[in-house]
Design a protein around this ligand. Structure first.
Ligand SMILES: [Zn+2]
Ligand SMILES: [Zn+2]
Length: 333
């Protein structure tokens, strides 16, 4: 009997929470990487599947290998594929270590991979797109760690000008009168690895439209393990969910030993069936595929699971000649 081929790799987790697509991979201790194409932004890079490459900004939450292991490769592949220099956003406390890690590769490879490190202190805004701002906040973990909130800047007419006709408003504006008030709408929070605590109760986090967080432990007897590793336990998530206004809470960093059906059942039991409806799991392939199919059907499109159209009937004609293999002249690295 022939020996077996290697196991097939799983595909990426994918969710569509309009207007954002969230894709990536996240398994506790193994790897976490996430991308939101609509924001041109990635979070963490424990591993670097091809689909992670396009995001120009990559926000790193902390230095654990399962969150940063693919960073040098990400920078190098972006250069190799002609995608431009990556912008690595991080907590200023780990910026030096990241630069030193990248320096190590210069010595190993005898060439310099370009990258930009953008160190942030908690609360410091970084405009990643027009009117879209990223800010870090400190979380509690076994090493320096950041979570991030992405907000949209908007303006609103000050209430005292509500009754003014358009013409008058234009005139005031021309005279330099500040007739609008600026405010921010929190769109997405990504916590990275964190223990529960008051740092997760700030207004931008509670009011985030999408809350992407970790939940590493689900079993009632694993509360102590969650505490030691400074991770979230399902009980913490359920309690937090009660005061969060998010439309969706997306759970990541579920361990490989946790069965998805069990995890779903537990969240229903602990948070209640109503609250559990707002909870999604990034890596629940089956449920997420069915959910996306429903979204496609609602939009009048073919679901992914629809049977493929029958191939055209075969004729006896010889197949068209295939173009000659393109020669590959990419330099091996
Ligand atoms: Zn982790
Ligand atoms: Zn960690």
């Amino acid at each position: 009997m022939l020996p077996k081929p290697p196991p097939r790799e799983n595909s990426l987790g994918f969710l569509y929470c309009p207007p954002f697509r969230i894709w990536g991979e996240s398994i506790a201790g193994e790897a976490t990487c996430l991308q939101i194409p609509e924001l041109d932004l990635g979070f963490d890079i424990g591993t670097c599947p091809r689909a992670m490459l396009p995001s120009k900004h990559l926000a790193i939450t902390h230095g654990h290998m399962d969150h940063i292991g693919g960073l040098a490769y990400y920078c190098s592949q972006r250069r190799f594929q002609g995608m431009g220099t990556a912008k690595i956003v991080c907590d200023q406390r780990i910026a030096g270590a990241i630069k030193r890690m990248m320096e190590g590769y210069v010595e190993l490879e005898r060439q310099r991979t370009p990258f930009d490190v953008v160190p942030l202190v908690a609360g410091q805004p970084l405009e990643i797109k027009n009117n879209i701002v990223l800010r870090g906040f400190e979380t509690e973990h076994t090493c320096p760690s950041f979570g991030y909130t992405v907000s949209e800047k908007r303006t609103k007419l000050k209430p005292e000008y509500h009754e003014f006709p358009q013409e008058k408003l234009r005139e005031l504006k021309e005279r330099g009168v500040e007739i609008t008030r600026a405010f921010e709408v929190p769109l997405i929070t990504f916590t990275g690895d964190t223990a529960p605590g008051p740092h997760l109760l700030t207004e931008p986090i509670r009011k985030s439209q999408l809350l992407i967080t970790e939940c590493t432990f689900f079993e009632p007897e694993h509360k102590e393990r969650a505490k030691v590793g400074m991770h979230m336990h399902l009980d913490d998530v359920a309690e937090w969910l009660r005061i969060c206004e998010c439309q969706w809470m997306i759970l990541t960093h579920v361990s490989r030993r946790t069965d998805m059906q069990y995890a779903r059942k537990r969240i229903g039991e602990v948070a209640g069936p109503k609250a559990a409806e707002r909870v999604l799991f990034l890596m629940d392939y089956k449920a997420n595929k069915a959910r996306y199919d429903q979204q496609l059907i609602a939009a009048g499109e073919q679901p992914l699971s629809a049977p493929k159209a029958a191939p055209p009937p075969r004729t006896n004609r010889a197949p068209a000649a295939r173009p000659a293999e393109m020669s590959s002249d990419s330099d091996e690295e």
